[in-house]
Design a protein around this ligand. Structure first.
Ligand SMILES: [Zn+2]
Length: 190
């Protein structure tokens, strides 16, 4: 992001320790995801300052869930619609950070923005958190690949229906089929 677009909020957030920058797969994926859709620049500065990292380690998922997910992704690939597993297990910190979006008074990560989840990470756990320990994650967020890169199609894109069908075929629940809070990239153990 160009320096000129940084808001004054950024200066406040500089007092916080900077998140460690690694060239990990998840960091590159995050960069890809951010560049793939327009994001309000003011909110983006907050994201850069405070976002706890995405965990894309399949070993941090529950093994039965991981097996089903891998079969669904293999099927999509065979159909010519490859998807990539982008986020799985979540620590409390990251769930709280997601919960803070759209809830400016939430502690510790309240800020303006869209509501992203109803699970506060402590009293209501997301399936991404499993039982709180790495290796127990029961949900994943996956995105399609185009030319080898992850992109974020609009919710109306039928490619999401194919993803939902593939995970449902493995006995998983597709976030796209949630009656409220339709969440197309998400799937989880029932
Ligand atoms: Zn999810």
């Amino acid at each position: 992001m160009p320096k000129s677009k940084r808001s004054s909020k950024r200066r406040v957030d500089r007092k916080m320790p900077k998140p460690k920058k690694t060239k990990s797969e998840s960091a590159r994926l995050k960069a890809t995801l951010r560049s793939a859709r327009p994001i309000n620049a003011a909110l983006k500065t907050l994201v850069i300052a405070a976002e706890p990292p995405i965990d894309s380690n399949p070993a941090h998922l529950d093994s039965a869930f991981r097996g089903k997910l891998e079969r669904a992704l293999a099927q999509l690939s065979a159909q010519g619609n490859p998807f990539r597993f982008v986020e799985g297990f979540r620590m409390v910190d990251r769930q709280q950070w997601l919960y803070g979006s759209g809830r400016p008074s939430a502690v510790p990560y309240g800020r303006p923005g869209p509501i992203l989840t109803n699970a506060d990470g402590v009293n209501a756990l997301s399936k991404h958190q499993g039982n709180g320990t790495p290796g127990s994650g029961l949900a994943a967020d996956c995105y399609p690949l185009r030319g080898g890169s992850v992109y974020i199609p609009p919710d109306t894109d039928p490619i999401w229906d194919q993803y939902a069908a593939a995970v449902v075929a493995q006995g998983l629940v597709a976030g796209r089929n949630f009656p409220k809070f339709k969440d197309s990239p998400h799937c989880e153990m029932p």
